[in-house]
Design a protein around this ligand. Structure first.
Ligand SMILES: [Zn+2]
Length: 294
């Protein structure tokens, strides 16, 4: 199993095999490419663009796809995915990244906000012209966007998703079968403030490995570092290492944050004894590798 980082700073860290950099964020911030890294691009969530032009937001009978709309529950502000001008801007950015020496591109939030979106006049008209049912039209819209994006990407192509293995197509238009034909791997974010309770990580990792027809990497949050939380995080990674995953990614603020996790594992003899006693051979190998560096 590979181990990697997802980071907000364009810097690789020794001891990790996968390096993902957040290049374009849901708040609308856009950053220059991170060379030799996997660049992660937020597609249709852009709070700044919606503030500048509120008419681009995705809409439903319960109102717009905004965090402040309490009739729905969305974690970000969503642009309508069929908005031609906004879509062109995102594709332009992806094309620009691919002109640089990068490892590849990961896309996130490239889908509809929820099942009841989007009913703007353009979406309704496109749906009616398609002759498809609502679910299939939305899935086709998302898959076609990913096809277009992939045609511009040089290197590894991956996508994130809302971690719903059952209803992804109905809710978001995420059709795992079709998307598997396009991507090199799936990136499943299982974010949390801590992993002191972790059965759900195991559960969702199992489900996604079963459902997805391409390699899977799971992302865990590692920005919150008390000893208790870091210990729980590392034990959760150890359990994940028993599944058939391509890798585990740790979300960190920066390189020092990643090194802190490594040092904690290396210097924690109780944890290393726990790995040995319960025969976590893959995790033991990872920590022994960190011990040579940290
Ligand atoms: Zn729309």
């Amino acid at each position: 199993m590979k181990v990697g980082i997802v980071t907000y700073t364009p810097e690789k860290v020794e001891g990790f095999d996968l390096h993902v950099y957040y290049a374009k964020w849901a708040d609308g911030s856009v950053f220059p490419v991170a060379k030799e890294m996997q660049n992660d691009v937020t597609c249709f969530c852009d709070a700044r663009a919606i503030r500048e032009d509120p008419s681009i937001v995705a809409v439903s009978k319960n109102g717009p796809a905004l965090r402040k709309n309490r009739k729905i529950n969305v974690p970000f502000d969503f642009v309508c995915p069929t908005n031609p001008e906004y879509k062109a801007k995102v594709l332009d950015y992806i094309e620009g990244l691919s002109r640089e020496n990068i490892e590849g591109v990961t896309l996130n939030l490239y889908h509809f906000p929820e099942e009841e979106f989007c009913v703007c006049s353009r979406c309704v008209s496109l749906w009616q012209q398609s002759g498809l049912n609502w679910t299939d039209w939305r899935a086709q819209t998302v898959t076609n966007f990913l096809k277009e994006a992939k045609s511009l990407v040089k290197g590894t192509f991956a996508v994130e998703m809302f971690p719903d293995p059952v209803l992804a197509k109905e809710r978001f238009g995420i059709d795992f079968e079709r998307i598997a034909e396009l991507v090199d791997y799936f990136h499943v974010p299982l974010s949390s403030r801590d992993y002191l309770t972790n059965y759900w990580v195991d559960l969702l990792a199992r489900d996604f490995v079963k459902v997805l027809k391409k390699p899977v990497v799971v992302e865990l949050s590692a920005e919150m570092l008390t000893d208790e939380k870091t210990d729980a995080l590392l034990k959760t990674v150890a359990y994940l290492s028993r599944h058939n995953l391509m890798g585990v990614l740790l979300l960190v603020h920066d390189a020092e944050n990643a090194r802190q996790v490594c040092r904690f594992a290396v210097n924690n003899s109780a944890f290393r004894e726990w790995l040995r006693k319960y025969e976590f051979t893959e995790m033991t190998r990872i920590v022994e590798n960190w011990a040579k560096l940290y």
